[in-house]
Design a protein around this ligand. Structure first.
Ligand SMILES: [Zn+2]
Ligand SMILES: [Zn+2]
Length: 166
């Protein structure tokens, strides 16, 4: 989706609301396609005192698979992003802002949302922070309880340590 920002660049006080859904269902992440639900983007882009600032939030429900226990689960995401939109970067521009360059005054919002989202998503997918995963030996989901093979596999170097605490 391309937004025409030519007028917005020229008129101080000009503003455009953003409210749209994107379909990222073809997008791959960690070998799966997690965007089974529409990605909702709301926000605004505004020219304030000649500075064009874009702020938006991205909401969706992702279908993911836990890296440890392989369970499929859904995760609600709600991220916020902000950018300063410029026609060209100048050396004076502050590094701390996340600039988007629109030389022709056209902003590809879909592309920007996709890039922001990919950077924001965690690289490790866990169904919960303390997921215990599967037993490497019998494959049992250790979140549901421990298995019999677990204790026998302790590294001998750790055995002495674990004896101290047992
Ligand atoms: Zn898990
Ligand atoms: Zn086991």
């Amino acid at each position: 989706m391309k937004m025409d920002l030519k007028q917005l660049f020229d008129l101080v006080g000009e503003k455009q609301e953003i409210d749209c859904d994107f379909d990222f269902s073809n997008e791959k992440l960690y070998g799966t396609a997690p965007f089974t639900h529409p990605v909702r983007v709301t926000g605004k882009i505004e020219n304030r005192a000649g500075v064009v600032r874009l702020v938006f939030s991205v909401k969706s429900v992702l279908s993911l698979q836990c890296d440890r226990c392989l369970k499929a689960f859904e995760k609600t995401i709600d991220y916020s992003f902000s950018h300063i939109v410029v026609r060209e970067l100048s050396n004076a521009d502050d590094e701390e802002f996340d600039y988007v360059v629109c030389a022709d005054g056209m902003l590809d919002l879909e592309e920007l949302v996709r890039a922001d989202l990919m950077l924001e998503l965690p690289t490790k997918v866990l169904c919960k922070e303390d997921c215990k995963g599967l037993c490497p030996k019998c494959g049992k989901d250790l979140n549901l309880g421990s298995c019999d093979c677990k204790t026998k596999d302790i590294d001998p170097r750790w055995q002495a340590l674990s004896d101290l605490f047992s």
